[in-house]
Design a binder for this molecule. Structure first.
Ligand SMILES: O=C(O)CCC(=O)C(=O)O
Ligand SMILES: [Fe+2]
Length: 397
C-alpha cells in the first residue's frame, strides 16, 4: 500500500445508524449470543448506507499532523528481543512502589517533543504525538456522570484484570472505573468458527434499551479526533498495520458494535475507557503480537506518566497527546497521579486478526520506518515547512 492511501471507510447516515443500533443491540439479535454461529460473510440483514461519508472527524488541518511527524528522537532497542521477552527491565508483578522506584532511574522524555522510539532492526516501537486538541476530557466526564454512577467506585473486578489491580490504591481520585466497548472472540474456541460477542458494557441494559446510546454515540464522536489521528499516523508510519486493522474492522463492520455507533476511522476491535485508574506494569498479551495500541489521556492531573521499563523511559503523556505503542511487546505502567486522569485506549486483539486469516506477522515485516534520511521524511519536511509558512501568513493577516 502506498503511503497514506488507505481506503477511507464509509460512514453511516444518522438515521440509518439509529436503526442499526436498535438492531445491533437488541436482545433478540442472535449475533451477540456467545454461542451464536459465526456470521455469514455475505450481506446480512443490516444494510449499511455508505453513500454519505461522514467528514466530521476530518476537519483537523493536515499541517498539524505533518508538524507532529516532523520532530522525532530515536531510542534504539531490539524488537525481536521484546518478542522473546529478553530485553531490559521488566516489572510486571512487582508492587507498585517498586515500579515507581525504578521509574526514578528512567530517562524522562521531554514533554514538548514528538518522538519515535525505534528498534535497532528498524522497527518502530512507540510513537508519541503531542498537542492534539482535546474534547475528550469533557466527554469522558459527561459520560461518567450520566452512566457510570455507583459503578465508578468499582474498578475492574478485583482479580479479573491484573492490570488495574494496583498495589497502590492511593493514587488518583476515588472515582475509578474501567469500561470496555469492544467485541471479543469466544475465548474457548479461537478458531475459524470462533464467535463474536460484545463487551458487557455494550450488552448492558442501558445500552440495549437505548437510554445510553445517545451518550455513547456522543462520546465516540468526541473521540473522533483521536481515532482520526491514530488512523492518520498509522497511514504514514505503519501503513501495513493500518491495512490489516482496516481489513479486520471492515470485514466485521456489520457486527462490530462500536463501528455501528459510528466511527469513520474505527479500525480497532475495542476501546478501554479508564477513569482514574492506576495501571500496573503489564503487557497487553491479547493485543496483536506486533501490533499497535493507540492511547490518549485527558483530564487535569499531575504525574500519571507512562513508564516503559524495558526501555528505561518515562513518557510524560499529557492530555491531548497521542501514543502509539506495540502494546503486546512493551511492558508499560502508569505512574501515580493526582487529579482526574482519563485514558482512552484503542486496541486490536490478535484473535481478531487470526480469525480473519490476516497474517499478523505482516505487522513485523512491514519495516516501515521514520528515518531522517528517507524520501518520505524529506517530503514531509517540505510539507511541514510549507504548512508552517502558510499558517504563519494566516496569523500575520
Ligand atoms: O491508562 C493508561 O494510560 C494505560 C492503560 C493500559 O495500559 C491498558 O488499558 O492496557
Ligand atoms: Fe496496557
Amino acid at each position: 500500500m502506498l503511503l497514506g492511501s488507505a481506503p477511507r471507510p464509509p460512514a453511516l447516515r444518522d438515521l440509518a445508524r439509529i436503526r442499526l443500533l436498535a438492531t445491533v443491540f437488541s436482545n433478540a439479535d442472535p449475533r451477540w449470543r456467545k454461542d451464536a454461529p459465526r456470521p455469514p460473510d455475505e450481506d446480512g440483514d443490516l444494510d449499511l448506507d455508505i453513500s454519505d461519508a461522514d467528514e466530521r472527524a476530518t476537519v483537523v488541518p493536515e499541517h498539524q499532523f505533518e508538524a507532529a511527524r516532523h520532530r522525532t528522537i530515536a531510542v534504539m532497542a531490539d524488537l525481536e528481543a521484546f518478542a522473546d521477552r529478553r530485553v531490559g527491565m521488566q516489572l510486571a508483578g512487582l508492587p507498585k512502589e517498586r515500579q515507581v522506584e525504578q521509574a526514578k532511574y528512567a530517562r524522562r522524555l521531554d514533554a514538548k517533543r514528538h518522538y519515535t522510539l525505534c528498534s535497532r532492526d528498524g522497527h518502530d516501537l512507540v510513537y508519541v504525538m503531542e498537542d492534539s486538541p482535546t474534547v475528550i476530557a469533557d466527554a469522558m466526564s459527561a459520560y461518567a456522570e450520566l452512566h457510570l454512577g455507583d459503578e465508578r467506585q468499582a474498578a475492574a473486578a478485583p482479580g479479573k484484570d491484573a492490570r488495574y489491580v494496583s498495589s497502590d490504591d492511593g493514587a488518583g481520585s476515588s472515582e475509578r472505573a474501567t469500561h470496555y466497548w469492544a467485541y471479543w472472540h469466544n475465548k474457548v474456541a479461537r478458531s475459524e468458527a470462533a464467535t463474536l460477542y460484545a463487551s458487557a458494557d455494550l450488552r448492558s441494559g442501558a445500552m440495549q434499551s437505548g437510554t445510553q446510546l445517545p451518550h455513547a454515540t456522543e462520546l465516540l464522536y468526541s473521540l473522533g479526533f483521536f481515532l482520526f489521528a491514530a488512523w492518520e499516523f498509522l497511514a504514514v508510519l505503519q501503513p501495513v498495520a493500518l491495512d490489516l486493522y482496516h481489513d479486520a474492522a471492515w470485514s466485521r463492520a456489520r457486527f462490530d458494535p462500536v463501528q455501528q455507533l459510528n466511527s469513520v476511522h474505527w479500525i480497532w476491535s475495542g476501546l478501554a475507557l479508564l477513569w482514574n485508574q492506576t495501571v500496573d506494569a503489564h503487557r497487553d498479551g491479547q493485543d496483536a503480537k506486533f501490533g499497535w495500541l493507540a492511547e490518549t489521556v485527558a483530564g487535569r492531573f499531575s504525574g500519571g506518566e507512562m513508564f516503559l521499563p524495558q526501555l528505561g523511559i518515562v513518557i510524560p503523556l499529557q492530555p491531548g497527546d497521542l501514543l502509539l505503542i506495540r502494546s503486546a511487546l512493551l511492558e508499560h505502567c502508569v505512574l501515580p497521579f493526582e487529579g482526574e486522569r482519563y485514558a482512552v485506549v484503542a486496541f486490536r486483539h490478535q484473535s481478531t486478526l487470526l480469525c480473519e486469516r490476516l497474517k499478523v506477522e505482516k505487522l513485523l515485516d512491514a519495516r516501515v520506518q521514520l528515518r531522517v534520511d528517507s524520501e518520505a521524511w524529506i517530503i514531509q519536511r517540505e510539507r511541514v515547512a510549507q504548512a508552517e509558512r502558510s499558517s504563519g501568513r494566516d496569523e500575520a493577516m
